[in-house]
Ligand binder design. Sequence first.
Ligand SMILES: Cc1cc2nc3c(=O)[nH]c(=O)nc-3n(C[C@H](O)[C@H](O)[C@H](O)COP(=O)(O)OP(=O)(O)OC[C@H]3O[C@@H](n4cnc5c(N)ncnc54)[C@H](O)[C@@H]3O)c2cc1C
Length: 340
Amino acid sequence: MTSTPDVTIVGGGPAGSSLAIALGRAGARVALYEKATFPRLKPCGEGLLPHGVAALERLVGLPSAPRVRGLRFSAGGETVDVDFPAGHGLVVRRDRLDTWLFTAAAETPGVDVRTGTAFDGERGRVLVGADGAKSRFHRLLPATPDRPRRVGLSTHVHGIAGVEDRVEVFFHDHGEVYIAPAGGGETLVAGLFDYRHFRRDGLPHLLGTLPALRDRVERLELTTPLLASAPLGLRVPRVVDHARQLLLVGDAAGCPDPITGDGMALALSSTELAADAILTGRLGDYQRQRLARGRRARRLGRLMLRLSRTERRAAWFLRDLSGVIPKLLDVALEPGSTAG
Ligand SMILES: Cc1cc2nc3c(=O)[nH]c(=O)nc-3n(C[C@H](O)[C@H](O)[C@H](O)COP(=O)(O)OP(=O)(O)OC[C@H]3O[C@@H](n4cnc5c(N)ncnc54)[C@H](O)[C@@H]3O)c2cc1C
């Protein structure tokens, strides 16, 4: 692209790549900057909820990835299975999903991609910050980390038996452990911890010691590096700067604690909103709708964190109140429900 693009997008994760595809298809000229080179790993629980699957399918189709039909929660000897009210989830290895999506963006007419290149400040008419939770644009549109502060870890392993078509969530006193089928015999393993109890070796240690899991673990072998990320939840009160024609998307626009499993789905299901706003010039509409979606996801996250503050409380919830989980999922996942 020789002339100035209409839109410059900084960050080629799910939010940036999907927006580039939507805008390119609508005839806009887009420059998409990604400072990493693909494939790259990203700390993530890798579960894409059904409304994210639906948004991705509408936009570009689906990558090949294991399907999951719901969740299995375990705490203090209680185990509850919950099916997604509609549709299915996917477990998307981030090195594969992000490469696939970025490649689709690069192949979209009108989209010019630059990998291995941090954004240099030369911009189009509209500038989009899609550069994740540590966005450089938070200097202009400030963000506040959620409390309690939490740390996330993720990796892939061989050596866990009985991993089926559900994301499994194990609550313990200092957070949760997640396992899910990653394809090719691998298992995704992630852990979210209160930062006061965070230890880098805490995740492999828990796999071997959590009563609900330890009998399924044999000769554990990490197949990708153990990656960490903090802080986890983020509130961004303004996601549009009208004077600068700047808007934020994806985690840069704020993200719920990953206990909701909603980060990627929120990014993907907001792509159409962002693309419409840029094409029509109605950035204010995007700000209002995106903030409402973010608030709803963050409220769900806070509720889930309160209900699982200790393993005992999580076990009580699973034993006595698990009937409300489908309702909670329904509210969180029904199509368009995140529109608040
Ligand atoms: C531990 C953990 C577990 C999670 N589990 C889940 C889950 O199970 N399900 C779910 O849906 N979500 C989960 N999430 C959230 C999910 O990872 C994010 O919501 C998602 O990655 C957001 O996508 P994004 O495109 O906004 O940002 P990112 O995926 O962070 O992509 C941002 C991109 O911008 C690039 N970039 C940054 N700065 C620049 C620059 N200056 N110039 C050019 N490029 C730049 C980065 O290299 C990166 O590729 C989890 C997150 C964590 C930390």
